[in-house]
Each structure stands twice: as C-alpha cells, then as structure tokens.
Design a protein around this ligand. Structure first.
Ligand code: 48N
Length: 330
C-alpha cells in the first residue's frame, strides 16, 4: 500500500491511497462517509426463531448419537476431527461445559503463547495446515490459539458434528452389561446434561432436572437392538477439577471394584506423552462403551503429566478416534 504524506498548516495528515482500500463492501458503499450504508430489515422474533428452531432441531435430532465426546479440549477436538471426517454417517455430539471450546489449549505454559509440539505429532499440524517453526525434534506453533482455532473450525464445519457448549455432563446413563459380556458389569448408554450455569447452581436450589443424550444401539423399549452398533462415549475432560476428569471419577464411583481413580503423577515429559498415547482408547475396566483420551487418562490411570507440550493431546485423540472407528467398522 503506498502512503502519500500531505503537510497542512504544520500538521501532517497521512492520506491513504484509496485505490488500496478495497474490501468486500467497497462496491456496496457509495458515499465517503458511509451515510448510505444500511442492513436489510428484520424483526426481533425472526432472529429468535432462526436461533431456537435450529438449536432445538439439533437437540431433537441428536437425542440419540453414535459418539458422544465429553470435553472440547485439544484431545477431544482431535478425536472428533478423526472420527467425524472418516465417518460422515456417524452422529457425533461434543458437549463442552465452557462457553468456548479449546480447554487449556488457548495458551501454552502459564500465559506463554508459543506452543511446543514434539515430533511426530507435527504431522497432525501438517494435516490441519497449521504453520510452525521446525526446531528438529520438535516444532513450535507461534500461538496455541492458532492450533485451537483451526481444529475448532475444521471440526465445527463437519456436517455430522453437533457442538453443545456451555452444557455440562453431570452424570452418565448406565445399563446392565450385555449378558454375554463377562468382563464388565455396567455399560454407559448416554450422558446426563444440564446448562453449565444450572449445574454450578445446584447447591442453591432443591433440584433443577437435567436432560439426556442417549447412545445409539437400543430399541424404542430400551432393549438392546443388536442390528445396530452400540454407541460410545469418549471422555476428554482433562485434569481433575470442578468439572474435569468427570467420567473417570464417575465410573470409579459407580464401579469401585473394577475402576480405580489413580490421580495424575508428577511431571515427566518423555515418560508421560508416550504413556498417555499408549493408554488412549477404550476403558479396560468393568464399564463398557467408554473411551478416554487426553489428560483425563493421566487422572484415571495414574500417569505422569507432561506440562506445556501438546503432542500427546493430539495423538491420544487420534488413537482413541482410530479405535472408535474400528468399533464401528466391525
Ligand atoms: O484442555 P482440556 O482440559 O483437556 P485435554 O485433555 O484435551 O488437554 C489437556 C491439556 O490442555 C493439558 O492440560 C496440558 C497438556 N497440560 C498438561 C499438564 O501436565 O498440566 O479440555 C477439557 C475440556 C475443557 O474445555 C472443559 O471445560 C471440558 O473438557 N469439561 C467438560 N465438558 C462437559 N462436561 C464436563 N463434565 C466437563 N468437564 C470438563
């Protein structure tokens, strides 16, 4: 852009060469002061109906889902991308308690923004076309938000993904395990959800009842429909906290004989990231149809933590996603 500098009465005015100020509205606005600009007319109820008709159609259409991902952090979003992209026929629901997806991945360590990703996890950044600086054994994304905004936009643009944010999973729907299943006593068959603000306010009210999203694989009368694959829950709710490590804590409480909540161990990057990837996937305890990825695994299986490096989050999501795709492929 060439700038021409005009000095008037000892004050200098930078006159921008208007030829270089073209934008998407240049041909719409005819006056210098934009006095001719106006939006098309609308009524307030039209806006309300446009929002609510779509939201509640989603709630209705996704009352039964094939995959329910709890937590839209870097691991949950990575898994959602792998699953929903490979199988556009599967109904994938993502439940996120915060208003914004991304979990802890909007910055890197503390409030530092540059994000370290150890190889070979950079191959996922290549697939997403997220640029980085290559430092040999690892790469650095200039801002963690560049990864998070990219994966979020790619996931949300997939037609078979429904994202319910500011909604919290506050319990699990469970069924007795299939008669022939000797390993487990319990199957998860859905999630119990509420507006996050309501979940946070439970102690102030007698009760504010929740809603439910069920997994696929059942008949109208609640019996198992063996002609359909049983849906799965992938829990990616991160570190233990007010909502975090939710499903891990819940199944340990429901099935204490087979599931122990071991809590995350000390920081060891080299040990932790490989372990988190290795343990990603279906839960091998007494509860069926639940998978884990990301830091929630460190909590349930007592793995070390890795601190501000994110490759294991992406790769554990990819690995859990691959196992879920195999479940639906059989
Ligand atoms: O980012 P997080 O917390 O979890 P992950 O596992 O995707 O990524 C973890 C990563 O950011 C780290 O912690 C890094 C690598 N640090 C490691 C270390 O050593 O400290 O995302 C979890 C998401 C959040 O957005 C939560 O809001 C959400 O899950 N969430 C829930 N959403 C719905 N219902 C719930 N019950 C719930 N609990 C958490």
């Amino acid at each position: 852009m060439s700038l021409t500098k005009t000095v008037l009465n000892n004050s200098s005015v930078l006159k921008v060469n208007t030829a270089n100020t073209r934008h998407c509205l240049t041909d719409v606005v005819k006056t210098e002061d934009w006095s001719d600009f106006h939006f098309t007319k609308i009524t307030e109820s039209t806006v309300s109906r446009a929002m609510t008709s779509r939201y509640f159609k989603d709630v209705y259409d996704y009352a039964i889902a094939d995959v329910i991902i709890v937590g839209a952090g870097s691991s949950g979003l990575s898994a959602a991308y792998v699953i929903a992209k490979a199988r556009p026929d599967l109904k994938v629901v993502i439940i996120e308690s915060s208003l914004a997806p991304g979990g802890g991945c909007w910055v890197s360590g503390m409030l530092y923004s540059a994000q370290v990703v150890r190889k070979p996890a950079h191959l996922f950044l290549d697939e997403l076309e997220v640029p980085y600086e290559d430092e040999g054994d690892y790469v650095v994304v200039k801002h963690a938000a560049l990864f998070t905004s990219t994966i979020t936009s790619k996931v949300l643009s997939l037609p078979n993904v429904k994202f319910f944010n500011a909604v919290t999973v506050e319990d699990l729907v469970t069924k007795p395990c299939e008669e022939n299943d000797k390993n487990s006593k319990l199957t998860v068959s859905g999630v119990v959800i509420n507006w996050t603000l309501v979940t946070m306010a439970h102690d102030t009210q007698s009760c504010m009842d929740p809603n439910v999203i069920e997994l696929s694989g059942y008949n109208e009368d609640g019996t198992r429909d063996y002609s359909k694959k049983h849906g799965v829950i992938l829990s990616a709710t991160g570190h233990d906290g007010p909502f975090g490590a939710f499903c891990a804590k819940r199944i340990a409480a429901l099935e204490p004989e087979t599931t122990e909540f071991k809590s995350m161990k000390g920081l060891d990057m080299n040990k932790s990231e490989d372990e988190v990837v290795k343990h990603a996937g279906s839960h091998k305890g007494g509860v069926d149809s639940i998978f884990f990825c990301g830091m929630e695994e460190a909590e349930i299986y007592g793995l070390s933590r890795m601190g501000p490096t994110f490759g294991a989050m992406f790769v554990s999501g990819i690995k859990a996603g691959e196992e879920i795709l195999k479940h639906f492929a059989k």
